[in-house]
Design a protein around this ligand. Structure first.
Ligand SMILES: NC(=O)c1ccc[n+]([C@@H]2O[C@H](COP(=O)([O-])OP(=O)(O)OC[C@H]3O[C@@H](n4cnc5c(N)ncnc54)[C@H](O)[C@@H]3O)[C@@H](O)[C@H]2O)c1
Length: 345
């Protein structure tokens, strides 16, 4: 069995999520990790010991990790504002990489990475994990099989408790900087990609409102937002996101896709998909999922290692997808600031 040595670039929250996923993939082994902050090496080492493994080598110099012959692929999890030059250096090395999303804070940064990847012939896959989550894969399968006819309307809700977000990104984290959009790009970009992918269509326009809330008890920034997206294929997609709630009301996510035949595909949390059809009543698909599998991280990393790194296939998710979803998330911020509907080219 081929085994790929993985180097982690960035040792924060998402490096831990990927490590959990990778520890369950026999073809992958984390052999190296880079953070320019040595104190993160110590904390990360304590974390991996609990997972049952130790990273062989920690680096404070990214170039040295990229020169390590044991590193066959890289997972890059750096905040959008700082990721550009770091992802650029990884791409320049020619090693295949997953870059967490958004892989830049502007569409221009992503275009530059894309151009570099093309010049170097490097395989770069933006981490749009929702495409790999069992509940969304099943939903897409049902739509593509025509079970509800053409989709006409989608309602998607994702409410994350404020205290969970504060544990994930404590006071002072980059994500609470409202000037840079606060948590909105990170907390919406995955759904934006999901919408384009599920509907096989591109957005025409987007209107959004955001209610911001200082949360002094956590030192974080709450948000509750609603947006309406019109797609070229005529579908209206409505989102409600919140990171201000005390506790999740029901499942953390609910997606309802209404079809032209009156049926509906509903993802009721990540563990259940229901097909409602007038004629046959209702069918259910339950998923028994461990933590890195709920939102697609394990399946995504497994696909990357087996198909992209070992199988040398072109990734199914491209940097241009990440650019389009970032543009939609930035449109949420712009629309909520200006009160106007944003139109896409
Ligand atoms: N796929 C998902 O489900 C998901 C979920 C959350 C976050 N994300 C994305 O993952 C990426 C990373 O987020 P995170 O939650 O791991 O962040 P984090 O703050 O927990 O960790 C970020 C890492 O980047 C390093 N870093 C920060 N600024 C740096 C700089 N200027 N130079 C070098 N290193 C720097 C930090 O030291 C740390 O190791 C973001 O793009 C975020 O949007 C994805």
């Amino acid at each position: 069995m081929a085994e790929v040595g993985i180097g982690l670039a960035g040792l924060g929250f998402m490096a831990r999520v990927h490590s959990r996923a990778l520890s369950r993939i026999p073809e992958a082994r984390i052999v190296a990790a880079w953070s320019k902050f040595p104190e993160e090496h110590v904390r990360f080492s304590e974390f991996t010991k609990k997972l049952g493994f130790e990273v062989e080598k920690y680096y404070t110099d990214l170039r040295k990790m990229l020169e390590d012959p044991k590193v066959g692929a890289v997972i890059c999890a750096i905040p959008p504002r700082f990721v550009g030059p770091i992802a650029g250096e990884i791409i320049q090395s020619g090693k295949p990489t997953i870059v967490e999303c958004p892989p830049g804070d502007t569409p221009e940064v992503i275009d530059r990475l894309d151009k570099l990847a093309e010049e170097r012939g490097a395989k770069v896959m933006p981490g749009h994990c929702y495409r790999f989550a069992p509940c969304f894969k099943k939903s897409k399968e049902l739509i593509d099989e025509g079970e509800i006819g053409a989709p006409t309307f989608v309602h998607f809700r994702e409410f994350v408790p404020a205290d969970s977000l504060a544990k994930q990104w404590p006071r002072g984290s980059w994500i609470w900087d409202k000037e840079s959009g606060g948590p909105i790009p990170t907390m919406t970009v995955f759904c934006m990609d999901l919408a384009r992918w599920l509907l096989n269509s591109e957005p025409v326009s987007l209107y959004a409102t955001i209610k911001w809330q200082e949360l002094p008890q956590f030192g974080t920034l709450g948000y509750t937002l609603a947006n309406v997206i019109k797609f070229r294929n005529g579908v209206t997609w409505v989102n409600e996101f919140s990171g201000s709630v005390a506790q999740s009301m029901g499942p953390p996510m609910k997606m309802e896709i209404i079809g032209e035949n009156g049926g509906a595909v509903v993802a009721d949390g990540p563990e259940k998909v229901i097909l409602y059809s007038g004629k046959e009543g209702q069918k259910e698909w339950p998923f028994e999922l461990a933590r890195p599998e709920r939102w697609g991280h394990k399946t995504q990393d497994e696909y990357f290692i087996k198909s992209v790194v070992i199988g040398r296939e072109e990734p199914v998710v491209k940097l241009q997808d990440a650019k389009k979803s970032l543009k939609m998330s930035l449109a949420i911020l712009e629309s909520s600031k200006t009160g106007r509907e944003i139109h896409f080219d």
